[in-house]
Ligand binder design. Structure first.
Ligand code: AMP
Ligand code: MG
Length: 461
């Protein structure tokens, strides 16, 4: 059914620990992404939903699959943890160069005190969010399947359990490099770098070139997030992807009303991962990767550090430049215009306006329909400078109408907990075409009322 390639399990034994999925005899299928399966060449035509539930909860191990938990370390909120690893994730194998991984499949070598399982809520969230991100043209992991275990997991209280199948260009992280670097295992560090180069950056011919490629990919990713009002929420180095994709949909959220320093995550007490800090944090994470590569760059540490400094000089400028470029595109401006970007964003912030809809309705504003835009001196100033230069005709293909808003995701989760699947199906459907007006499902564009507002998000555990 899946042609597994398994390059990762051919790496040295220090890279992973083999793992057996937990038993979930009552598992049933909640959702399966048939389109994605087809793209990956996974033939499920002869499989019933019951069989898919068994496969994508780890009950049936397909031929060629060697489930394993990957080793990694990471800086969590700035504090280094030398060993994290997949505590509730199992890599089944790779196909067409993509990892197929179960999340919530049971305990592994790296589980520490955890149960290795997942509640259903985070499974639903990740399913909706990651597929929406893909349609919004954001590099991301994707959702292949969501399974109900039909057994409780115990968090603050008993909750229904779930298993999520995620697909990724890879699960290599800055934290994977930190795992070997912190052990001074230079041999495996080199093996890892060569593997990452081969898999993601085949044109890179040196550690420095590799570093620069990762930095560029992450700069682009962060700029895309920013242009969509997306807050990742937990940009720890163990969630910082070498391939430059979005991984870990724990406490992330799309902003409703715009606030530059917006924080959702309940555990981000100091606002380390606030919306507009994501650029500087990307840079911080890349520097952590750079540190790991020092022994591979030059035997003389001082020389290695100067090479890094020289080659990463461009990074802060690049991230900011990309963010400005994308905001100007969203405003329909022919050239990047920092002043107009800032003027519009500060107008949104001062008036607590909805980020997504305020960009989406720009063509109307351009044509004189200012519904939803309070008339202030700043708006007038913006209009007088923006109208003469803006082209708004194509803007609907840049500024989405529908995003996975927190309160709607929460409603879908509540509905599924009550056994109702309609809102889940509808939400996935509308988010399949986030740029196109959908008459029947247009209510998904609505920001929350005060009662519906979700003010805090929580990690998947
Ligand atoms: P995350 O918040 O998903 O980035 O996870 C941080 C670390 O905690 C990783 O090493 C996870 O594998 C581990 N972890 C998270 N949830 C669980 C769980 N339920 N059981 C065991 N380990 C977990
Ligand atoms: Mg993580």
């Amino acid at each position: 059914m899946i042609n597994f390639e398994n390059t990762y399990s051919n790496l040295p034994e220090e890279f992973y620990e083999k793992a057996d999925p937990a038993s979930f005899p009552k598992a049933s299928l909640l959702a399966f992404n048939y389109k994605l399966a087809e793209e990956l060449g996974i033939d499920v035509s002869s499989k019933s939903e019951a069989q898919l539930a068994m496969i994508f909860s780890g009950q049936e191990i397909l031929e060629g699959s060697e489930p394993l938990a990957m080793a990694y370390a990471g800086h969590q909120f700035g504090h280094f943890v030398p060993q994290l690893g997949d505590g509730r994730a199992l890599l089944l194998g790779e196909t067409k160069g993509f990892d197929i991984q179960l999340k919530g499949g049971g305990r592994t070598f790296f589980s520490r005190g955890g149960d290795g399982k997942s509640a259903l809520g985070p499974v639903i969230r990740e399913y909706i969010l990651s597929e929406a991100m893909h349609q919004l043209k954001v590099p991301t992991t994707r959702a292949l399947a969501a399974v109900l275990t039909n057994e409780p997991v115990y968090r603050q209280e008993a909750e229904p359990g779930g298993v999520f199948t995620r697909v990724a260009k890879s699960h290599l992280r800055v934290g994977t490099f930190q795992f070997f670097a912190s052990r001074q295992d230079h041999k495996n560090l080199k093996v890892l770098m060569d593997y990452a180069i081969k898999r993601h950056y085949p044109k890179a011919t040196s550690p420095i070139e590799f570093l620069v490629e990762v930095a560029k990919a992450q700069a682009e990713l962060t700029a895309i997030w920013t242009s969509l009002g997306f807050i990742h929420g937990v940009m720890n180095t163990d969630n910082s992807s070498i391939a430059g994709i979005t991984i870990d949909y724990g406490p992330c959220a799309f902003m409703d009303e715009y606030k530059a320093q917006k924080v959702f995550s309940s555990i981000d007490r100091n606002g380390r991962y606030a919306f507009m800090n994501q650029g500087p944090i990307t840079q911080w994470n890349i520097l952590r990767l750079a540190e790991c590569l020092i022994p591979l760059i030059d035997p003389d540490e001082n020389k290695a550090v100067s090479k890094i400094e020289e080659s990463l000089k461009f990074l802060p400028g690049l991230i900011q430049e990309k963010i400005e470029e994308k905001f100007s595109e969203k405003l329909g401006l022919p050239d990047s215009n920092r002043i107009l970007n800032h003027l519009f964003l500060s107008y949104l912030e001062e008036n607590q306006l909805d980020f997504t809809l305020s960009f989406r309705n720009l063509p109307e504003l351009f044509n004189g329909d200012s519904k939803g835009y309070p008339d202030t001196e700043k708006l007038q100033r913006f209009l007088s400078e923006w109208r003469p230069v803006a082209k708004t005709k194509e803007l609907h293909s840049i500024n989405p109408l529908y995003i996975p808003r927190n309160h709607q995701v929460q409603r879908v989760i509540d509905d599924i907990y009550k056994g109702q699947l309609d809102s889940f199906k509808n939400m996935n459907k509308v988010l399949e075409n986030p740029y196109s007006f959908n008459q029947e499902l247009d209510h998904f564009k609505e920001p929350p009322t005060n009662e519906q507002r979700v003010t805090e998000t929580f990690c998947g555990t």
